[in-house]
Design a protein around this ligand. Structure first.
Ligand code: ADP
Ligand code: MG
Length: 343
């Protein structure tokens, strides 16, 4: 008898458990326009809706801190200070501290002070043009990440008069990482934040399986996928020339600039996808490795060991680092694409 009651009790618990599971699967999603792109936030479970709202607010706040064109932003204040120290938020201190470490580590392939060159090409204004060599040479004299001073204790930043910085290459990744952490703090166990191609998951899918993140075919009219990588929580961030560019005289000029030449990067890569725990690092590295090319990118992977790479070369072939070997799959119709594995 006791046994029977126990089994009825267990069955009831199981049912309750199942229905609780069901409510945990509730999907909430929202789209926001921020940092110059459409962002799609999806979260699962009872805390999802509230967490998405909080994450959206955080992203909007970060956009206002980090926009290069918004007159109230920290970046604007730094750029307008004409060589004076500027007090900024702890978030900006963190962002720039990380950026400077990576600028150093990538020998300046990532350089926030590239901004005047980016602007000369028209990338922030939409006023596209090919600057003269003379103009680029003059602007490049001002490009020097080592001249950016970050006083972490005093929460202030100083750049030389005439230098201008922009965090367009790193802001979305950092925002994604912070939004994901906020969601975790609010009790979310499963979410997918798509910040305009920067994919930042929280945990795994509600059914316990890995997320599948598509990697686009570069330079394709419209959107089509060449491959997908599985992620059980790591961010997947892609940089490619095809995301923003203009064409003039039959030549395509892309928005990622090589700070050594002042010209759009030409490293033999069409896209760089970086997969790692830290979405901020992934964003910075995807831009930097796009500039550095395969050899230096793979060397950096060997040196650091805290991220993986999927590179699409100009000839259409793929290179993945070892850590992705088991989690990369080719899209239908692209099964015969050549894949090399870096070990
Ligand atoms: P997206 O913003 O399209 O995801 P990225 O993360 O690669 O692409 O960032 C590109 C942006 O970063 C450019 O639009 C420009 O504002 C800025 N940028 C371009 N070249 C560099 C560079 N070498 N270092 C730092 N920032 C750069
Ligand atoms: Mg980037």
């Amino acid at each position: 008898m006791k046994k029977k009651i126990l089994s009825i009790f267990l069955a009831a618990m199981l049912l309750l458990g199942l229905s609780a599971c069901k409510t945990q699967q509730k999907e909430s999603s929202s789209q926001i326009y921020a940092m110059d792109t459409i962002m799609r936030l999806t979260a699962y479970g009872s805390k999802g809706e509230e967490a998405i709202e909080a994450a959206s607010e955080l992203i909007m706040r970060l956009e206002h801190l980090w926009s290069v064109t918004d007159e109230g932003s920290d970046i604007w204040a730094i750029n307008e200070a004409a060589g004076q120290w500027v007090s900024v938020t702890p978030e900006t201190i963190d962002l720039l501290t990380n950026a400077l470490v990576l600028a150093e580590e990538t020998q300046g392939a990532l350089d926030p002070s590239i901004y005047p060159v980016v602007r000369a090409w028209g990338f922030t204004t939409g006023d596209y043009r090919v600057p003269t060599q003379q103009e680029l040479t003059a602007l490049l004299e001002r490009v020097d990440h080592s001249a950016i001073e970050v006083d972490a204790e005093g929460k202030r930043v100083r750049i030389p008069d005439g230098t201008k910085i922009d965090v367009g290459a790193i802001a979305k990744g950092a925002a994604g990482r912070m939004a994901a952490q906020l969601m975790v703090d609010l009790g979310v166990k499963s979410a997918l934040l798509d910040l305009g191609g920067n994919i930042q998951p929280v945990g795994v899918k509600p059914d316990g399986s890995a997320w599948r993140v598509g990697v686009q075919i570069p330079n394709y009219e419209g959107t089509a996928y060449l491959a997908a990588v599985e992620s059980t929580g790591r961010a997947v961030v892609t940089s490619g020339g095809y995301q923003r560019y203009f064409e003039m005289g039959g030549v395509r000029y892309i928005h990622i600039i090589d700070p050594t030449t002042g010209y759009p990067a030409e490293s033999g890569l069409d896209s760089v996808t970086v997969v790692g725990e830290d979405g901020g690092l992934c964003d910075a590295l995807s831009t930097a490795i796009f500039v550095m090319g395969e050899e230096r990118g793979v060397q950096l992977w060997r040196d650091r060991g805290d991220f993986d790479l999927l590179l699409i070369r100009a000839d259409g072939s793929i290179l993945v680092t070892e850590g992705l070997e088991q989690s990369v799959m080719l899209a239908d119709g692209y099964g015969d694409t050549k894949i090399d594995i870096a070990r």
